[in-house]
Design a protein around this ligand. Structure first.
Ligand code: UDP
Ligand code: MG
Length: 336
């Protein structure tokens, strides 16, 4: 709540350090999801700031604190108060990486929105390259990892398999070896914000949206500090969300498995009828019960994954809950 007189006073005579009271038009928003990143967050901020300053476009740095339990929120609040390019959203708890990105996109004001990890694994220096492509008319510029430094062999291997399985299962062309580090145009950002699905696999949603997309290649650095915040469980959930959101093949698999199992049974029966002396009937029954029981339970589990997601959609809960927002009202009180 600022006064009109303040407005007229500041207009037309502000220097670089003295910005106007009203929000100027933001060209580029940078969305940074963070969860327990106290060791690296200051470094992330200063590197992002350096890059964005050289770009010459107006920008905002939008940090989404995904329920961190360390000093991340305090540090970010300090940064936010000192730099009016910085905005901060604090979640009420940990909602996960994909929802933190979603909140950032929902609140971003820019004509283009860049999503980047807070641990400096995605080099901020790539942003100018992305912006250049955007200015050439591309609406999605995604960063494709040519190599990944400082990751465990298991992570690289599981990620590689996941992307390739996903690629085979879906009709949507989701590029392999591509994370959420990307630039999207305002149009695409609005599309994503209008998609209210609960289980979000954002890189898939971006591919699904179409538009003019292009890749820029980069080498993914290792983390500058701290440990990965993606636990095994979170990784598994993300992969399942990715697959179930973009493919019905696993659900149909139940049918195929049933068919195979049925045919195997028929063949078996024929074989027994032709060759009279088979193994003991107890052995066979045990075998059949185990295999069939296993197949049925697997299929039920697969259905459960989908039904659980249907349930979540029907409940229609908010995607994330915000505890506080800071820096959205420039100058004046600075923090709301
Ligand atoms: N992150 C988040 N919420 C989470 C987990 C991670 O906001 O529940 C953030 C994290 O702070 C980082 C980004 O998402 O900025 C990527 O996470 P991380 O680096 O731990 O994943 P990795 O690079 O190991 O796959
Ligand atoms: Mg990382």
């Amino acid at each position: 709540s600022y006064e009109v007189s303040d407005l007229t006073m500041t207009q037309g005579k502000h220097s670089e350090s003295q910005r106007p009271l009203v929000d100027e038009h933001v060209r580029i928003s940078v969305v940074v999801p963070v969860y327990n990143e106290e060791e690296v967050i200051v470094q992330t901020y200063s590197r992002l700031k350096d890059v964005m300053e050289t770009l010459g476009d107006t920008y905002e740095l939008l940090f989404v604190n995904d329920g961190s339990r360390d000093q991340t929120a305090t540090i970010l609040r300090g940064i936010c108060r000192a730099d009016d390019r910085v905005k901060l959203i604090n979640f009420s708890r940990n909602f996960g990486h994909q929802l933190a990105i979603t909140a950032g996109m929902d609140h971003a004001a820019g004509d283009a929105v860049v999503v980047i990890d807070g641990d400096l694994q995605d080099p901020p220096e790539l942003i100018p390259v992305m912006v250049e492509k955007w200015q050439q008319g591309y609406q999605v510029v995604y960063a494709k990892r040519m190599e990944r430094k400082g990751e465990t062999r298991f992570k690289k291997w599981s990620a590689s398999i996941f992307y390739r399985v996903l690629h085979r299962l879906t009709d949507v062309e989701i590029p392999v070896d591509t994370g959420d580090f990307r630039l999207i145009d305002r149009k695409v950002c609005d599309v994503l914000s209008s998609m209210k699905e609960q289980h979000r696999f954002i890189r898939g949603m971006v591919s699904w949206s179409g538009f003019r997309q292009i890749a820029v290649e980069y080498s993914r650095d290792s983390r500058q500090a701290g440990k990965t915040k993606y636990s095994m469980k979170k990784m598994l959930r993300l992969s399942l969300d990715g697959i179930t959101s973009f493919s019905h093949v696993p659900m149909k698999l139940a049918g195929y498995l049933g068919l195979v199992s049925f045919l195997a049974g028929m063949v078996y029966l024929l074989a027994v009828l032709i060759v009279q002396h088979a193994a003991s009937s107890v052995d066979i029954l045990t075998f059949v019960a185990l295999v069939l029981g296993g197949v049925i339970l697997i299929c039920m589990g697969v259905l459960g994954e989908y039904i659980g997601r249907i349930y979540d959609e029907v409940m229609d809960r908010p995607l994330y809950l915000i505890d506080s927002r800071e820096g959205f009202m420039k100058r004046g009180a600075n923090c709301d």
